[in-house]
Write a protein that binds this ligand. Structure first.
Ligand code: ZN
Length: 162
């Protein structure tokens, strides 16, 4: 069986930045189980896994345009402190959700705190990074109708919300 749209795929993975620092890894934990072909992984990684078989290992470099996008400087903003409910407890590195003017919800990270303002960044932490993935395909099965409808894998390693 080869990985195709609506395969449920189990992988071990390691993600490194361009300097070789490990940013994320399934080592020492559970492998990742995901539904292929519906955007659950970044596009460049799904593309690289397409057609692979159980037992295959791949190493792939994913550029920002097929990863988490380029950094958008407009998303780095100085926000007046009084816009925060509890601004005295805001610290660098904290994350919170905020509504955007377009009506969506975006995660912002706190970059800095001054007396009057709080500097936030709405870019994904890995925006602008080339992502270096090492992936081993552990298992592949066909998704069931419910998984396809939900857009994610169920069962061990997948979602447990039923
Ligand atoms: Zn579900």
């Amino acid at each position: 069986m080869q990985i195709a749209k609506h395969s449920v795929v189990t992988i071990n993975y390691r993600l490194k930045d361009s300097e070789g620092n490990v940013l994320d890894s399934s080592e020492g934990g559970e492998p990742l189980v995901y539904l292929h072909g519906v955007g659950n992984l970044v596009p460049g990684l799904e593309k690289a896994l397409e057609g692979k078989s159980k037992g295959d290992s791949i190493s792939v470099a994913v550029s920002p345009d097929e990863g988490y996008g380029e950094r958008n400087l407009d998303l780095i903003q100085e926000v007046p402190r009084d816009r925060f409910e509890d601004s005295n407890n805001v610290e660098v590195g904290m994350q919170f959700q905020a509504r955007t003017s377009a009506g969506g919800v975006r995660v912002f990270r706190v970059l800095g705190v001054t007396e009057d303002t709080i500097r936030v960044d709405g870019n994904h932490e890995l925006a602008g990074e080339t992502l270096h993935f090492d992936v081993e395909v552990v298992d592949i099965r066909a998704a069931n109708a419910e998984e396809i409808q939900h857009g994610h894998a169920h069962g061990p390693g997948g979602h447990h919300h039923h």
